[in-house]
Ligand binder design. Structure first.
Ligand code: ZN
Length: 99
């Protein structure tokens, strides 16, 4: 049987959903073919969900917080800058027109 067919069957084989005849064919192929055997071991190995998801979400969360801190920081600075420009212009105009 071709490697591509065996690889298609691997998830079913790992779950034990194949017929006994298919199981035998897949097992025999895995004994002979190292590439398919590596894939089988990869699929069959337990996945540590916490190890995969937790650092990623924490990092994303921190990055997101940093982004918003910087965003609002710049926004406040721009607001303050604009306020002082308008304030100084108004004072200059008041002095100029002696109000
Ligand atoms: Zn193979």
């Amino acid at each position: 049987m071709k490697c591509s067919l065996i690889r298609d069957l691997l998830p079913l084989y790992v779950e034990g959903d194949c017929s006994p005849k298919t199981n035998k064919v897949v097992r025999e192929h895995l004994d002979r073919c190292s590439e398919c055997h590596k894939l089988y071991e990869l699929i069959n190995s337990p996945i540590d969900v916490k190890a995969i998801t937790k650092p990623v979400t924490t990092e994303t969360h921190t990055r997101s917080n940093e982004f918003w801190k910087r965003y609002y920081g710049r926004l406040i600075l721009k607001g303050l800058g604009l306020f002082f420009v308008v304030y100084i212009t108004v004072i200059k105009l008041m002095v100029l027109f002696k109000l």
